[in-house]
Design a protein around this ligand. Sequence first.
Ligand SMILES: NC(=O)c1ccc[n+]([C@@H]2O[C@H](COP(=O)([O-])OP(=O)(O)OC[C@H]3O[C@@H](n4cnc5c(N)ncnc54)[C@H](OP(=O)(O)O)[C@@H]3O)[C@@H](O)[C@H]2O)c1
Length: 281
Amino acid sequence: MKTLIITGCNGQLGRAINKELEGSSEYKLVNTDVEELDITDVNAVLAFVREHKPYAILNCAAYTAVEACETERDLAYKINAVGPRNLSLAAAETGAKLVQVSTDYVFAGDGDHPYEEFDLTYPQGVYGASKLAGENYVKEFADRYFIIRTAWLYGEGKNFVRTMLRLSETNDKVRVVNDQFGCPTSAKELAKAILYLLPTDNYGLFHGTCEGSCSWADFASEIFRLAGKSTVVEGISTEEYGAKVKRPAYSVLDNYMFRLTTDFQFAHWKDALREYMEETV
Ligand SMILES: NC(=O)c1ccc[n+]([C@@H]2O[C@H](COP(=O)([O-])OP(=O)(O)OC[C@H]3O[C@@H](n4cnc5c(N)ncnc54)[C@H](OP(=O)(O)O)[C@@H]3O)[C@@H](O)[C@H]2O)c1
C-alpha cells in the first residue's frame, strides 16, 4: 500500500480526502493535524516524513481565516508559506510527491473573465499573499508537485453553506454580498480531483473549482432553494457589507490545465451543492 501523509486532517479538505479513501486498498493514510505534526516546525516535519517515507504528502493544513490573517500576519505566513516550504523540503529529500492547495485570492479580482493558471497574480490581502508565498516555496523546493488553486470551499466544518442555514433559522431575510463573483466548490469534488492527479506524472499548477460561477447572494439563494427555506436574500454591495478586508470582486477560476491535460471533469457548482446538501445537511 502507498502511504499518504495528510496534514490538517481535521479540516474540510482533510475530512473529504479521508471519506473518499475510506476502505482504500491502494493507499494507507497517516492522518495528522497540528497536534501530531505542526507543519511550521521544519525539524518536526523532516523527522516525521523521514520516518514514514510516504508516496505523497497531501497538505490540507492552512490558516484560512481571511480576516484574522490581517491581524495575525506572522502566523498566516508561518502556516501558509513556511509550512509548505517545510513539506517541500521533506518531499524532495524523501522522493515523495506533494499536493499543495491554494486559493483564488492570489488574484487581484478586478478582471471580467475567468482566471487561467497563466494569468498574473496580485493578492489583495495577507491571506492571498501568504498562500502565494506558499506556492512559490513549493515551486522552489519540491520536485514533483501538484498545486491546486480552489475557491469558496465547503465540506465538513465551518463554511458559508452552514452559516446561511444557521442564519435562516432565526431570520426571514439575510443580507448577502452580490458584487463578488466566484466558484463555490465542494470539498468532495476537490478531493476527487486531487486523487485523480495523484497517481499521474501530470505535475504543475492547476485551477480546481466546480464549474460555473455566481455571486455570494446567488449562492445563498440556491442554498435556501435546495433546503426548502423561504428565507429572502437581500443583495447588498461589498461597501454596504463593510468587510475589513479587501476581497477579490471577480475571482472566477478557469480549470484550464485540467481541461488541457486531463479528462477530469468537475461537477457544476449547483449539482455539487445539491449532492452536499443531500448527503450532509
Ligand atoms: N475554505 C475555503 O473557502 C478555501 C478557499 C480557497 C482555498 N482554500 C484552501 O483549501 C485548503 C483546505 O482548506 P479547508 O477549508 O479545508 O481548511 P480548514 O477547514 O481551515 O482546515 C485547515 C486545517 O489545518 C489545521 N492547521 C492549522 N495550522 C496548522 C499547523 N501549523 N500544522 C498542521 N495543521 C494545521 C487546522 O487546524 P485548526 O482548525 O486547529 O487551526 C485545520 O484542521 C487550504 O489550503 C485553503 O487555503 C480554502
